[in-house]
Each structure stands twice: as structure tokens, then as C-alpha cells.
Design a protein around this ligand. Sequence first.
Ligand SMILES: *Cc1c(COP(=O)(O)O)cnc(C)c1O
Length: 220
Amino acid sequence: MSIAQNIQHIQTGLPPTAHLVAVSKTFPESHIEQAYAAGVRDFAENKVQELVRKYEILPKDIRWHFIGHLQTNKIKYIAPFVHLIHGVDSLKLLVAINKEAAKYGRVIPCLLQFHIAQEDTKFGLTLAESEELLQSEEYKTLHHVEIHGVMGMASFTNNEAQVSREFATLAEIFNTLKQRFFADKPYFAERSMGMSHDYHIALQHGATLLRIGSSIFGTR
Ligand SMILES: *Cc1c(COP(=O)(O)O)cnc(C)c1O
């Protein structure tokens, strides 16, 4: 199947509340152009240098998402244009993003990344850590970042019950934070969960942003 057919296939099965983010990391610009021609405007990368290169070459109405582990010294390269940073897992990183966003007079939308998988290789906060972050005095001084929701990666396993439990945990974390910290903030609405192999399960738990790469572009 072509990239356009893959996109068509995925989009057809999505509820109106779920939005496709095409994960284009490692794929060439020509692949992104095909997805763009098929109507996709949201693309995600996990390397700053690659993201900047693609941003410079490709159409300016693309919304670029950053989904990798972001080093503080590299924020400055994406701060002028990045649409959403998915993987914020510390106050320190949020402070650094805020500082670079201020230089461009921007408010950069971010998601808090949570550790929901069994594997200890995956980054992310616990609920308690996120509450500490959101209650801190320093967080309250950050006017150039906005927390738009949560992000998480389930364990890489064929055990669907386990993946389902992990996404359910993330959905619960979202509800808890919404209630305690963002009840009057309509922008706190995103649940970034689900990749090529598990997005059907993520949809059952209210995913609003699906980060899908290989099911669109092929294997890396
Ligand atoms: C690569 C990546 C994806 C997409 O994975 P696929 O299996 O290609 O769909 C989603 N989220 C993150 C954080 C990634 O690094």
C-alpha cells in the first residue's frame, strides 16, 4: 500500500476526538511530502537536528511535534516554531523551554510524559512527581509554557491486557490532573498515547493524539 492509502486506512477508523500525528523520524522529506499531499499536517520527530532540517525544507503550515528526549541546550533550535513538545519529564526542562520561548515571545505547548510501562528504560514522571511540579512556586512563574495534557508509552509487548492497563493508568492520571490543576483550563485536553502497534488499544482509553510512524511510512 502507498503512504496515502495507509493514511486513508488509519483515518477511516478514527473517532472525531482522535488526531493523527505522523511520526516521520528517519524517513526522508519525500515521504513527508506524500503524507502532506494526503492531507496530514502534523508530523513528529525525535531528533532536534533532523527536525530543524525538515522544518526548513518543507511547507510552513506543517505543525511540528517533538517526541524525543529533549536536551536543554538544544531547545533554542526548535523554540521558534515547534508546535507541541510531548516529552516533558522535569521542572528543569520546563524552565529551560520557558526561557527559550520567552526569547521569541511565544507560549510553547507541552505535554507531561508519564512512566506507565513496566520497562524501566522509558522516561517519564510519576503522578506524585507531576503534582509536586505543578504545585511548585517556580512552575507558577512560567508564562511561556502551557501544559496541554499528558503523554505516555506502553510496554512493548503482545500482552494486550497489560497495554490496556497502562493506557488506563495514563487516562486516570489525566483525569486526576485535570480535576486538581486544570479544571478551568480548556487547553489541558490532550492524551498523546498509541503508536502503530497499539493505537487501537489507546483509542479505547481516550487517546486524542496518536503518534503513528511505521504503519504510515513502512518499517525503519
Ligand atoms: C517512533 C515513535 C513513535 C512511532 O512509532 P511507530 O511504531 O513507528 O508507530 C511514537 N512515539 C514515540 C515517542 C516514538 O519515538
